[in-house]
Design a protein around this ligand. Structure first.
Ligand SMILES: [Zn+2]
Length: 128
């Protein structure tokens, strides 16, 4: 039996990629959007310390991986959730850039290095 979303009143099903979150895809996306709004506000207040930027980048990376798992796992997404899933990827990109800009980092001059697991995933994908 597929678990139900833990969000109040929602009866959406929780795909395997979100079992730890206990949310349906739509409420997982809404949760990311809310968290990204908080991060944007934090970045607007001024430069972020290096450790905080690292925490934020790790969060953004983790959420992107989960979203990619949802998108590629064969989970049937409602038609109205698909555009939201694509949109939240754009939100993650924009927040990542905002955090870098708020810290005085120019994206063209100093791109963030991919995190090691992602690099390994790219190499594995390229080997196929
Ligand atoms: Zn839900």
């Amino acid at each position: 039996m597929t678990p139900e979303c833990q969000y109040p009143i929602c009866r959406g099903s929780v795909p395997p990629a979100l079992e730890q979150e206990g949310l349906c895809p739509l409420h997982f996306i809404r949760k990311i959007e809310a968290r990204c709004r908080e991060i944007r506000r934090e970045a607007i207040r001024g430069p972020l310390p290096l450790h905080r930027r690292a925490e934020i980048n790790q969060y953004l990376y983790g959420q992107a991986i989960i979203l990619a798992q949802i998108a590629t796992s064969g989970t049937r997404l409602p038609d109205d959730t698909r555009p939201c899933l694509l949109s939240v990827f754009l939100t993650l990109i924009n927040v990542c850039e905002r955090v870098a800009r708020a810290s005085g980092e120019e994206q063209e001059e100093a791109p963030l290095a991919p995190l090691p697991p992602l690099t390994a995933a790219w190499q594995a994908a390229a080997a196929k």
